[in-house]
Design a protein around this ligand. Structure first.
Ligand code: 5GP
Length: 113
């Protein structure tokens, strides 16, 4: 199986602006930001393609993903953020290695995108 783009970032085969890393997660700035601050939080395992697979396969890891997103937001977005999981190609998912988009730093009021 070919490693996902995000596993290649974990392996340092691709460059990224990494803001947090521990044994279970890596977080780095999105290459094409959709908000003033846009960080991806990614479990290092690529076993789960999307958030539903993660929820059913390892609920504790999903909970930890959320608290990791909060930690990233506390450091980079005054603790206020939008958390997005695209699920499926027609919803805009392009990387099938589960990841949370953490968006903040001044979002338009009422906007969902
Ligand atoms: P998705 O569309 O699957 O929900 O999100 C994938 C995200 O990964 C996109 O926002 C895209 O800009 C970002 N992305 C894709 N390739 C790279 C890369 O090589 N480096 C970084 N930092 N982000 C990437």
């Amino acid at each position: 199986m070919t490693a996902s783009i995000f596993s290649r970032i974990v392996a340092r085969e691709l460059p990224a602006d990494i803001v947090l890393e521990n044994d279970r997660f890596i977080a780095f700035r999105d290459i094409a930001p959709k908000a003033p601050v846009h960080i991806l939080v990614v479990p290092k395992t690529e076993e789960y393609a999307n958030v539903t697979e993660l929820a059913t396969g390892d609920a504790d890891l999903l909970a930890e993903l959320v608290t990791t997103a909060q930690a990233v937001a506390d450091e980079h977005m005054d603790g206020q953020y939008r958390l997005v999981f695209n699920t499926g190609e027609r919803a805009g998912q392009t990387v099938f290695h589960v990841h949370a988009h953490v968006l903040g730093g001044g979002l338009e009021e009422g906007s969902l995108a």
